[in-house]
Design a protein around this ligand. Structure first.
Ligand code: ADP
Ligand code: MG
Ligand code: ZN
Length: 474
């Protein structure tokens, strides 16, 4: 029998606010444990939450970019459960009237993934398991989250990854979140079921938690689909369970029967007023929405005739696209700028272990370097040398001058150097005269060396030819 995989994703994204969602504590990642807490986020009796407006603004931005309808008046609810990472014993979330509904995200191949809802909530603390004990860090309690829930529209691990990549790109471009999976600022639960191909009914699903990377998402989906298919093919039934992905064993491990919504005894939070988002606010945020990666991609292709590959690479990160556009705005031809960035800049970043947020060379320096090549002041080889020298700081023009790297397009000077080369390499000249074509290449290399590499290769080559031809006719 042919099976079809059905996946719906619930993605938690930490919002890029400086303070938490209901108190003034910092959201910084990596601080000493339990140093960023106060009575509100620790849930001490009598403490009252106050909603962070910036969190609402970021969440609404995300909702608009994901084509959702924003709920004019949404509400906060308490989701009750008892677990050591949750000192209040409830999480403030939204169930009955979430911030936004009915959106969609289009995958690069055009398929539309429906987003059923997006809501605001607070993060819980973090448990650190050691051999004989578990330590708790409450710093993360109260960090603002949005949870984005898709309809069961994805049909495999590759799809899930494509969705998450596009989602991450959109949210990063908006500045809604840094979406660093390795720091937990983007986390995803996979709901997966299988059904006979062509069937329209949903099968029983499992929920996979603890997926810390895109690779884990892909592998967990593949493993879990095969596991469910094996159960069904042997006549068994899939249990609606919550599973954990075991990264080392590369398999999913059932943890518990999946809780139902009733298990959480949701009720409206009496401490928080309803959240109203006005039409004006929506219009203001809509008008400020930046150009997103796929839109930039289309524009680069249309206006600058860049290839698909170039466009996708350059827009893969907002910082990289911004750098590229800056270099172009300083007068560099787009194709040249693209080549330099995708070749040399990315090469050096990776060699130096830097992220695209940390490009040390300025757009001005790269634009100047490109101009030096365009004008023929230096050739490409020299330019790469200069690039490496000024990558972490410095002015290409000054560097070229200080190191006497200007190439000479002065024909007399080049002719003199070639003549010298020929007289010092008579054997090769004789070889060429007797028909050994290769000797010309050698002489060309020698001439470039005599010139210290500072002449346009095409011109040198032409002069070598001319002088050899002259020898022949003598
Ligand atoms: P819960 O309240 O248990 O989290 P939801 O109805 O909110 O369940 O759905 C959570 C996620 O699971 C959604 O992304 C949804 O698309 C997905 N989902 C629901 N049923 C199935 C199924 N049978 N197969 C795959 N995904 C499913
Ligand atoms: Mg859910
Ligand atoms: Zn606090």
């Amino acid at each position: 029998m042919n099976w079809e995989i059905v996946i719906g994703l619930e993605t938690h994204v930490e919002l890029a606010t400086r303070s938490k969602i209901f108190c003034g504590c910092s959201t910084a990642f990596g601080a000493a444990p339990n140093t960023l807490c106060c009575p509100v986020c620790l849930g001490l009796p009598g403490a009252l939450p106050v909603l962070n407006e910036q969190a609402v603004e970021l969440a609404v931005k995300a909702a608009l970019a994901l084509n959702c309808t924003v709920t004019p008046v949404s509400r906060f609810d308490r989701k009750n459960y008892f677990y050591p990472d949750l000192p209040k014993a409830y999480q403030i979330s939204q169930l009955y009237a979430p911030l936004a509904r009915n959106g969609h995200l289009d995958l690069p191949d055009g398929r539309r993934i429906r987003i059923s809802e997006m809501h605001l909530e607070e993060d819980a603390g973090k448990l650190h398991h050691h051999d004989d004990r578990t330590a708790i860090d409450y710093n993360r309690c109260g960090v603002p989250l949005i949870e984005i829930v898709t309809a069961p529209d994805l049909s495999g691990g590759e799809d899930a990854v494509a969705y998450l990549e596009r989602l991450r790109s959109i949210l990063q471009y908006l500045g809604v979140s840094d979406c660093r999976m390795e720091e937990g600022s983007l986390r995803c639960d996979v709901n997966l079921s299988v059904r006979p191909a062509g069937s329209s009914e949903l099968g029983v699903r499992t929920e996979l938690k603890n997926l810390g990377s895109l690779r884990a998402v892909r592998l967990a989906c593949e493993y879990e689909a095969q596991r469910q298919i094996a159960i069904l093919e042997s006549g068994g039934q899939v249990r609606c369970q919550t599973c954990r992905w075991d990264e080392d064993a590369r398999r999913t491990v059932p943890m518990r029967d999946k809780e139902q919504v009733g298990d959480y005894r949701y009720f409206p939070d009496p401490d928080l007023p309803p959240l109203a988002v006005s039409g004006e606010q929506l219009n203001r945020l809509r008008s400020k929405q930046p150009e997103l990666a796929h839109e930039k991609c289309a524009r680069y292709a249309r206006d600058w005739s860049l290839s698909d590959y170039d466009c996708t690479t350059l827009t893969s990160r907002r910082e990289l696209a911004a750098f590229f556009e800056q270099v172009v705005s300083l007068g560099a031809p787009p194709k040249q700028a693209a080549n330099w960035i995708m070749g040399q800049v990315l090469r050096r970043l990776s060699a130096d272990g830097l992220d695209v947020e940390e490009i040390p060379i300025t757009a001005q320096a790269l634009a100047d370097l490109i101009h030096l090549v365009e004008r023929g002041t230096i050739n490409r080889n020299t330019a790469v040398e200069v690039f490496d020298a000024v990558f972490t700081g410095g002015d290409p023009t000054q560097y070229v001058r200080a190191h006497h790297l200007e190439q000479s397009s002065n024909t007399e000077q080049i002719t003199a150097a070639v003549e010298e080369t020929l007289s010092q390499n008579r054997k090769s000249v004789e070889d060429w005269l007797s028909g050994k074509e290769k000797a010309a290449g050698f002489l060309m290399g020698q001439a470039m060396r005599t010139l210290g590499g500072k002449a346009p290769p095409a011109l040198v080559s032409e002069i070598v030819r001319q002088l050899l031809e002259r020898e022949k006719s003598q």
